[in-house]
Design a binder for this molecule. Sequence first.
Ligand SMILES: [Zn+2]
Length: 243
Amino acid sequence: MKLPIVEPTDEFMRTMIQKINYERIISLRLKAENLRSIMEYHFAFIFSNIIILILDNLQDVNQINEVKTFISNLTCLSLRYEDKISFHRLSRIVNQIQIPIKRFEIYCTSIACSHDRTELLFIRKHNPTVETFVLNVAYTSLSLVNNCVQNYAKCVLRTITDFIKIMSNIRYVYVIINKGNVETLLDVDEWMAVAKRCEQLEKITLKVIKNMSKDTQLAQKIQEMENGLHIIRESIKFEVKVK
Ligand SMILES: [Zn+2]
């Protein structure tokens, strides 16, 4: 049986953790600010098998890099934010992490547009290890377009797709969104640019929360996405799933 450990308290670390078969502990969820103090416990070796690390509100990648020897088997890093995230800041995290993670996840409530795109576009260092990227913005109360300071229709989507481009060996992209935002993401040119840059890209999946009524305009856009991506590479799959 696998055992996720969520926000272990001091009491738990002192008294319980040694009683657990540490081969069963494969995931750990923490507030990012507590990561170092947890790893400094005498029994922190118990986390050496974790493959999934879920951090709330990580601001600085050094919080992970400083403890990387304790979590060297990590394959999935999942970052959760309760406020607006900046992809500029996240690009530094994904570029500077010193653990070869395969899966990178971001859960957030809204996205700051990168109106000034230069910094993001000209980042020379790419992350070569991430193969799967998950972005969950399903619980945003705003429309993605309104997240742009000047309400540019494509600004937030470009912020997302520019970010994906720095993961140069990405294979699978999942974006989980609410129904109100699906149309903003169905922009064939932006995704064709991702497919061109990321030569390993195999599949893009949009998961739409809440029932999507039958909408012929949307169906047409989905078809356009498929056709456009097939121009770049016949093997690329594109799928919209409705939950
Ligand atoms: Zn903008």
